[in-house]
Design a protein around this ligand. Structure first.
Ligand code: HEC
Length: 132
């Protein structure tokens, strides 16, 4: 009886972890495609498209931050917070037509992608990634 309970609990925990991880992966797939659009629209100085892409990208980072909070990884939490803040600032700059500020924010955002990937992303032999 106790064994069964323990088994059920650990199964649930494993399931929760897998779901949580799937959420991170989904967030990152969205991040990858939105960041591509964002770069192009900043290059083209397209205010509406930039604000759109930046807002879409900003919306994935609360889930990313929550994931790193669960794993108690402070640097990851900081990268995710900076990315979200900077994306919101980029959206505002694009709406205001301030392209110097927009470019500066884009650099900060790119730095958070690279910084977090260097610290927490591992490439597997089959070309997919996992968190480390
Ligand atoms: C707080 C940490 C963190 C930040 C910030 C972050 N990433 Fe990631 N990213 C990860 C981790 C961890 C993985 C590996 C996840 C996995 O698949 O297990 C990943 C995976 C990815 C992948 C591969 C997804 C796939 O499986 O196909 C892409 C693309 C990606 N990130 C893009 C970005 C972009 C673009 C940014 C910045 C706008 C960004 N990431 C910011 C942590 C982060």
């Amino acid at each position: 009886m106790l064994m069964k309970k323990l088994l059920a609990v650990s199964l649930l925990a494993a399931l929760a972890f897998a779901q949580d991880h799937a959420a991170l992966r989904q967030a990152m797939k969205t991040a990858g495609s939105s960041f591509g659009s964002l770069r192009k629209s900043v290059d083209a100085k397209d205010g509406a498209a930039t604000a759109d892409a930046a807002e879409k990208l900003a919306s994935v980072f609360p889930a990313v931050r929550a994931h790193f909070e669960e794993h108690k990884m402070q640097d990851g939490i900081d990268f995710a917070s900076t990315a979200e803040k900077s994306l919101k600032a980029l959206a505002e700059a694009a709406k205001a037509g301030d392209w110097d500020k927009a470019s500066a924010e884009l650099k900060t955002i790119g730095g958070t992608c690279q910084g977090c990937h260097a610290a927490h992303r591992e490439k597997l032999p089959d070309g997919t990634y996992k968190m480390k």
